[in-house]
Design a protein around this ligand. Structure first.
Ligand SMILES: [Zn+2]
Ligand SMILES: [Zn+2]
Length: 246
């Protein structure tokens, strides 16, 4: 196998690991409280979020909760209906940071997630976390490791943007909300592509709501549930918006 192909595969694997902690920990557990994690698993996910994404969880939760509170309205941080899907796809990071870097908005939308002492000392420093991961990958792979990390960043940011941009523009809408379902995007984002389902039932830990839909994140949650590492809030989804089709 060529070293370039290996670097791309490593980058893809890092992005998939980042997608798991994004959807299960940041999104379903923290932002929506759809599941509760054991302290041990919380610490593992908190550390992986820092090492793989540099994201501050309370900022991510605040931006995302604001998106749900004002979906596709002018106050939505990243609305394709307001800005066009291509602008959201290409500038999602900029749009995210406008809210994430505003302490007043973070305090308003994520007051249940205050910064801890460990956050201030360690986890709030994204460059340290991402620097440690880069150092490990480069130590194991040599200079081609920089390509793996670069591919990981581009792919992770592109897929996160796609959920906000493509996932509110193209795809099916079985429920009455502006988000869409896309199975291919769900496969690449550990389930986030069922975004129409998610807006219909935001506190559901399961995003796939029909038999033929596959949500990898839900199956990981089911395994963690068997191991008693997580507890799920509802056995059945509680719907915020009705079905558009019978
Ligand atoms: Zn959305
Ligand atoms: Zn959500």
């Amino acid at each position: 196998m060529s070293s370039i192909l290996l670097a791309l595969l490593v980058g893809f694997a890092l992005t998939q690991a980042a997608n798991v902690v994004t959807t299960v920990y940041l999104h379903r557990a923290l932002a929506h409280r759809a599941l509760t994690m054991s302290p041990g698993l919380t610490n593992v996910c908190r550390t992986l979020t820092w090492l793989l994404t540099g994201i501050r969880p309370r900022q991510w939760a605040a931006v995302h909760r604001k998106h749900h509170a004002f979906t596709d309205e002018p106050q939505d941080p990243h609305s394709p209906a307001q800005l066009g899907w291509l602008r959201v796809q290409l500038t999602n990071v900029v749009l995210y940071r406008r809210v994430a870097r505003d302490p007043e908005q973070v305090a308003r939308h994520a007051r249940d997630l205050p910064a801890t002492r460990l956050d201030r000392w360690l986890f709030d420093h994204a460059l340290i976390g991402l620097g440690i991961t880069t150092a490990i990958v480069v130590a194991l792979m040599g200079p081609i490791g920089f390509l793996a990390m670069g591919f990981h960043f581009v792919l992770y940011l592109s897929l996160s943007a796609a959920v906000n941009a493509i996932g509110h523009t193209f795809g099916t809408r079985p429920f009455e909300n502006s988000a869409t379902n896309l199975q291919w995007l769900a496969l690449l984002t550990c389930g986030e592509g069922f975004h129409n389902n998610h807006h219909a039932a935001p506190t559901s830990a399961r995003f796939a709501l029909e038999a033929r839909q596959f949500d990898p994140g839900w199956w990981l949650i089911r395994i963690a549930q068997r191991l008693r590492w997580v507890s799920v809030r509802h056995d059945s989804p509680i719907f915020a918006t009705p079905r558009t089709t019978p």
